[in-house]
Design a protein around this ligand. Structure first.
Ligand code: B12
Ligand code: SF4
Length: 481
């Protein structure tokens, strides 16, 4: 008889609080768990996947193994679940970013802890479980792991719960190494690998809704690889988005090729307006980039920018918030993800802050990029939190939404996009509650995609963007999130 594995993504602690934005956590399925399921022999195990952000993790039936993914901000919930299922006689296996950073902490609650990526060790863990010989720690190899990533078992996800079902990873790691990023802690300082294109092709062949979110840390980093990827994407009518570092702006032709293959949005880490801050945390790619010029080039390619900013670097004083809001509005940034600097265990920033006695506590639930968990240099922690909250409020105020859209092509769609994502949470909650996500996606697909973000005065560039080829792509494509 088949044994049962229950895979759980625990809810982050703030999901119990009033301001929790359910839509944010209903955008993507838990790719890590679907990937683990993809490595698991189907003939031996029955698999159940539960993502607590969208459903209960309770199952009545007997489970033999509970495999739990740990993020820092949901670590305590992971431990709670581990204890619950241990009492029911299941073996607990933990893995993921937090368990990798602090394996000894996780080991207090787990029968086995997977450190690093699972590809090289998951089947050994299962073999040892069968022999009742689980080890406390399993060290997954990074190098070579990208080639081993299996096709995720997307058939196991809740089909009505997510806005985007097709998340794909094409590369792991990043060629840069910034001191605050999880990348060095998890993958090691110099790690960066791409997956074989044939494997991506297999996954793309199953995309039935024309939307893909590549979850790579820095998708466009390897140009020759990406050009193969663009070729593979062309003609499939897929609209895609991903993350990239600012150096992409150095190559407008490359951006045009990305656009032509369906790229409509890039998540870009601007992090801070202070060059000094960027130098101080080794984000040199930003320190040498003129942000305004970079934005112009990316916008001219027709790709929208989901900018990411971080507050609380040592050079940041209380003026940083207004400067960032003003910058976002002036440069017509489509959206911004705004975070408080969070020292993640295993990173250089964590080590420095810990040794300087600047960490205020180690309550991991608050290490969620919305709380000040360290003593900033030029503000109080309270000023940092209040400034951060105010920046979110002002960046997504109606005044800012209108100013950021006015003068751009597709201004109305831009406004609708911002309002749809930030101003109608009760509607999203209802859509989620009644399992209507697939329909919400159709509305987004039909209504919200705007062609480009080019200011009107750049008519010459707009002409190029609305070439028949691009118009065709536009008509075939869908909204980005
Ligand atoms: C997509 C994403 C999200 C999505 C969706 C998450 C989801 N449904 O899975 C959303 C937007 C909801 C999100 C939210 C948050 N995120 Co996020 N997110 C990511 C992102 C970009 C990709 C994650 C991913 O799926 N990768 C692909 C999979 C296949 O790789 P993987 O997770 O590493 O899995 C492998 C191994 O880790 C291991 N593994 C993982 N789990 C397990 C479990 C077991 C049992 C085993 C054996 C192995 C194992 O095996 C897998 C295969 O090799 C990462 C950055 C990154 N590249 O990882 C940030 C990242 C994970 N997020 C981060 C943060 C901070 C957050 C938030 C706290 C932000 C916030 N305040 O909202 C929340 C917390 C969510 C939570 N549940 O607690 C940090 C995590 C820091 C940390 N140390 O935990 C990251 C690293 C971003 C960053 N640069 O700092 N996130
Ligand atoms: S460029 Fe981005 S993904 Fe790469 S190391 Fe720096 S912060 Fe991390």
């Amino acid at each position: 008889m088949k044994k049962t594995i229950l895979f759980i993504l625990p809810a982050l602690t703030s999901s119990q609080t009033k301001g929790y934005r359910k839509i944010k956590y209903s955008r993507f399925p838990p790719l890590s768990l679907l990937t683990l399921a993809g490595m698991t022999p189907d003939d031996k195990y029955k698999m159940i996947v539960r993502d607590e952000h969208v459903e209960s993790s309770d199952v009545d039936e007997h489970v033999d193994i509970v495999a739990i993914q740990t993020y820092i901000s949901s670590a305590y919930r992971a431990y709670e679940l581990a204890e619950k299922y241990r009492r029911r006689g299941a073996k607990i296996i933990m893995g993921g970013l937090h368990a990798t950073s602090l394996p000894h902490e996780a080991a207090q609650y787990a029968d086995a802890v997977c450190i690093g990526p699972a590809e090289t060790v998951w089947n050994k863990i299962l073999d040892d479980f069968e022999k009742d010989k689980l080890c406390q720690f399993y060290q997954g190899e990074c190098i070579g792991s990208a080639a081993l990533v299996p096709k995720p078992r997307r058939d196991l996800m809740n089909p009505n719960a997510y806005l985007l079902r097709n998340t794909i990873v094409t590369s792991r790691g990043c060629p840069h190494h910034c001191d605050f990023c999880y990348k060095s802690a998890f993958w090691g300082k110099h790690y960066y690998e791409t997956r074989p294109i044939s494997k991506i092709e297999e996954e793309l062949a199953e995309v039935d809704d024309g939307l893909v979110f590549f979850l790579d840390d820095n998708l466009l980093a390897n140009k020759s690889y990406c050009r193969q990827l663009f070729n593979t994407l062309k003609g499939r009518g897929i609209t895609w988005q991903s993350a990239a570092s600012l150096d992409v702006a150095k190559d407008p032709q490359y951006l045009k090729e990305a656009y032509d293959s369906g790229c409509r949005s890039l998540f870009i880490g601007f992090e801070s307006l202070s060059t000094e801050s960027m130098k101080s945390v080794n984000k040199n790619v930003n320190a040498v980039t003129d942000y305004k010029e970079a934005i112009k080039v990316i916008h001219a390619s027709g790709i929208m920018i989901n900018s990411s900013f971080v507050f609380g670097f040592d050079n940041d004083g209380p003026d940083i918030f207004d400067r960032t809001i003003e910058f976002g509005i002036k440069n017509k940034l489509e959206t911004a993800s705004l975070h408080i600097l969070t020292p993640l265990p295993g990173t250089q920033v964590f080590t420095q802050m810990e040794s300087a006695g600047r960490l205020l506590h180690k309550n991991w639930s608050l290490y969620d990029v919305y709380h000040a968990v360290f003593q900033p240099k030029r503000m109080t922690p309270q000023e940092l939190e209040e400034g951060h909250q105010r920046t979110i409020k002002e960046f997504y105020s109606y005044g800012s939404i209108i100013s950021r859209a006015l003068g751009t092509d597709g201004a109305l769609k831009r406004m609708a996009y911002n309002i749809g994502l930030w101003k109608v949470d009760p509607i999203w909650r209802a859509i989620i509650k009644f399992g209507l996500m697939p329909h919400a996606k159709e509305i987004l697909r039909g209504r919200l995609l705007y062609k480009n973000s080019v200011p009107k005065e750049k008519a010459d560039i707009s002409d190029r963007i609305l070439s028949p080829n691009r118009l065709q792509n536009y008509n075939n494509s869908a909204a980005t999130v």
